[in-house]
Design a protein around this ligand. Structure first.
Ligand SMILES: O=C(CO)[C@@H](O)[C@H](O)COP(=O)(O)O
Length: 225
């Protein structure tokens, strides 16, 4: 039985009171903090770096922090993020000159490592690295902004990724990010995902606890169907 993880994306949090907002969403039942790092180069938007990750730790956030690097190049920021308290670091293969070396660098720095595939990046790009990764993150929107609609073709990619992971009996978390909400989370789970990033669906809701509880109950219903 999969262990489903709900990971609110800080991109939709209130940056003026980030510690409090992240703390509230964890108190409301979220499992993981999804920390979006954008550089206005690999993606058009610009967000935050290791100092803000460290500030969340200093604020008392003890949950797993899942850092999604949407930056190029990536290697120089891996030790600073590990030192700032990241638990998982994921990056896009297009952003590294040597994907295997970048994955090894993440692990040498004591973090779990993952690859992220954009909607247009074929699953095949991850295949050579499956035995090296802890997380495979499939983007279900083009990265850069929260609040976009889920791209339905991602469901097929999730199914194919799940089949690959199961066939090789790998313990890789299959994470999906972008446009996940109460209407589609059970379809994403049915396709084979077990880690769900949701930004606007959670942070734009009035009652985080109610939204997360409803998401979890949609996942439980799927599990029992
Ligand atoms: O990385 C990204 C976007 O680039 C995501 O993490 C989004 O921030 C998720 O937000 P929603 O689509 O759930 O609003």
């Amino acid at each position: 039985m999969p262990d489903y993880l709900i990971a609110p994306s800080i991109l939709s949090a209130d940056f003026a009171r980030l510690g409090e907002d992240v703390s509230n969403v964890l108190d409301a039942g979220a499992d993981v903090v999804h920390f979006d790092v954008m550089d206005n180069h690999f993606v058009p938007n610009l967000t935050v770096g290791p100092m803000v990750c460290k500030s969340l730790r200093n604020y008392g956030i003890s949950a797993v922090i899942d850092v999604h690097l949407m930056i190029e190049p990536v290697d120089a920021l891996i030790p600073p993020f590990a030192n700032a308290g990241a638990d998982i670091i994921t990056f896009h293969p297009e952003a590294s000159q040597d994907v295997a070396a970048t994955l090894a660098l993440i692990k040498e720095n004591g973090c779990k490592a993952g690859l992220v595939l954009n909607p247009s990046t074929p699953l095949e790009q991850a295949i050579p690295f499956l035995t090296q990764i802890d997380v495979l993150l499939l983007m279900s929107v083009n990265p850069g902004f929260g609040g976009q609609s889920f791209i339905p073709a991602t469901l097929d990619k999730i199914r194919q990724a799940r089949a690959l992971i199961d066939k090789q009996q790998l313990s890789i978390k299959l994470e999906v990010d972008g446009g996940i909400n109460l209407d589609n989370i059970s379809d994403v789970a049915a396709a084979g995902a077990d880690m769900f990033v949701a930004g606007s669906a959670i942070f734009a809701s009035k009652d985080y606890r109610k939204t997360i509880t409803q998401m979890r109950s949609a996942l439980t219903q799927h599990e029992n169907s």
